[in-house]
Ligand binder design. Structure first.
Ligand code: FHN
Length: 453
């Protein structure tokens, strides 16, 4: 059975059986993340597709930020708010989105149901600023849910607590740039939290199993009363995972546009866009119950939304090595696409996702269902682990012998993952020396599989 069905089947089984789970289930005391059944499908999936899409794609600007921090986006709030009246992605085919994710080897998807601007890509009963009030007229989320169900692809919902349109979130008689962080001190604030509850209830009762809720609370997240919404989510769908961006740690951390420099551990907050926060991390290897589950989200260029002017695409090799880097520290990699206003995904994104998928077709065993490797901090290689297997991802192929210092486990065999070719090796207390062929199996990254005692 395809791994997709396994992934979604595991998630669905959990969703169906989890109804008896206690509200707001936490790690059982002393349990380690490796034993946590709730996150098992997610930890195995490792690689997901983030999708940022809405009427803003018409203007080639970032999602929502042009009305929050106008600076040089070149569009007024009034014009930004008119965009939905001409949003008509007639070429949108949800099956194409899911098939591209599968081609890339992405094993879950996260879609923007509502970004900070407040526009809903689903047919919410509580606003008219939504996809079914555009010339397109159909519920995008409902179509994507159906396509994911057909292909056994877990689908998560990005939902922004910041909402520039709801009068309970901010005084909407002002421009968003004046009060975009929200005004919780206003008497209307509780009405906005009630609106959030109504919309999250719609998302968790009308669209089948939600793999996860990806909140994006920005600043001072405690104003959203996160426990209220996490308990709501677990009441409606106990198996649904929740990230850490509504002021509560919940199931996993979400460093953004950077990869932590060491393996994250509980108690050190990573979330945010400041890569320096990870410098607090110790370059050691934590025990399973010290480890903090995490996911780096990343753009292929520099913009979350479609932007025809952003031509700074990361190379396929860079993205493959980022995926390896993330997996080697036990994390997930959520790689973003911003679909075009007609509903298609630009060729530069398709090309890179296809390349990553081709690499995973050969080397996926060294990524999926693995955890952080036993040797960290190597200059040109990374390790992942799965049971008694250790996978060594070599970036710059050596001449003749590859040396791996710091491995304490006794190696029983070594092989090239790409073709199964056995490799001779010698091991002392201080290092493992592996005889390697002259030609690297893959210029992006070549994997040596070690079986240990
Ligand atoms: O403001 C958003 C941004 O548009 C994007 O959605 C990212 C994705 O994680 N989150 C916020 C910036 O931190």
């Amino acid at each position: 059975m395809s791994a997709y069905f396994t992934g979604r089947r595991d998630f669905l089984r959990l969703a169906l059986t989890a109804s008896c789970m206690p509200l707001f289930p936490r790690f059982a005391l002393g349990s380690s993340y490796l034993e946590d059944e709730r996150t098992a499908w997610y930890r195995a999936a490792k690689f997901g597709m983030f999708i940022h899409w809405g009427p803003y794609s018409l203007a080639s600007v970032e999602a929502s930020w042009p009305i929050m921090v106008p600076k040089s986006w070149g569009i007024s709030e009034a014009d930004y708010r008119e965009l939905y009246k001409r949003f008509n992605p007639t070429k949108f085919d949800p099956d194409v989105f899911v098939d591209l994710a599968r081609t890339a080897g992405q094993r879950y998807m996260v879609f923007t149901t509502k970004h900070h601007d407040g526009f809903c890509m689903f047919d919410s009963a509580y606003t008219n600023y939504k996809i079914t009030k555009t010339p397109y007229g159909k519920d995008i989320v409902a179509q994507l849910v159906k396509a994911c169900e057909k292909r056994g692809m877990p689908l998560g919902f990005y939902y922004s607590p910041p909402d520039m349109t709801h009068p309970g979130f901010r005084d909407t008689s002002k421009l968003a740039k004046e009060n975009w962080n929200g005004e919780p001190e206003r008497p209307e604030w509780p009405l906005y939290l009630d609106y959030m509850e109504l919309q999250l209830t719609e998302l968790l009762t009308r669209y089948g199993p939600a793999a996860l809720i990806w909140f994006d609370g920005l600043h001072n997240q405690q104003k959203y009363d996160g426990v209220r919404f996490i308990n709501l989510i677990h009441k409606l769908q106990p198996a649904t995972l929740v990230n850490d961006r509504i002021g509560v740690d919940a199931d996993y951390e979400t460093p953004e546009q950077f990869i932590p420099t060491a393996i994250p551990t509980k108690g050190i907050k990573l979330t945010g866009i400041d890569p320096t926060v990870s410098q607090k991390l110790k370059p050691t290897i934590p025990s399973p119950d010290e480890f903090r589950l995490w996911e780096t989200c990343m753009t292929i260029n520099n913009t979350w939304a479609y932007n025809q002017n952003d031509r700074e695409f990361k190379s396929s090799q860079t993205l493959i090595r980022m995926l390896i880097e993330v997996a080697s520290r036990g994390g997930n990699f959520l790689l973003n696409v911003g679909p075009q206003p007609d509903g298609t995904i630009q060729p530069e994104f398709q090309e890179r996702l296809t390349s990553i998928g081709q690499w995973l077709q050969v080397n996926g065993e060294s990524i999926y269902e693995t955890t952080y490797g036993p040797v960290q901090g190597l200059p040109n290689a990374r390790t992942t682990a799965k049971g008694n297997l250790i996978f060594v991802h070599v970036f710059d192929w050596p001449t003749g012998v590859f040396e791996l210092p710091g491995l304490t486990a006794k190696v029983m065999s070594a092989r090239l993952l790409a073709n199964g070719k056995p490799l001779t090796f010698r091991q002392t207390e201080s290092k493992l020396q592996i005889d390697v062929p002259a030609q690297a199996p893959d210029p992006n990254a070549s994997v040596i599989a070690l079986k240990t005692l």
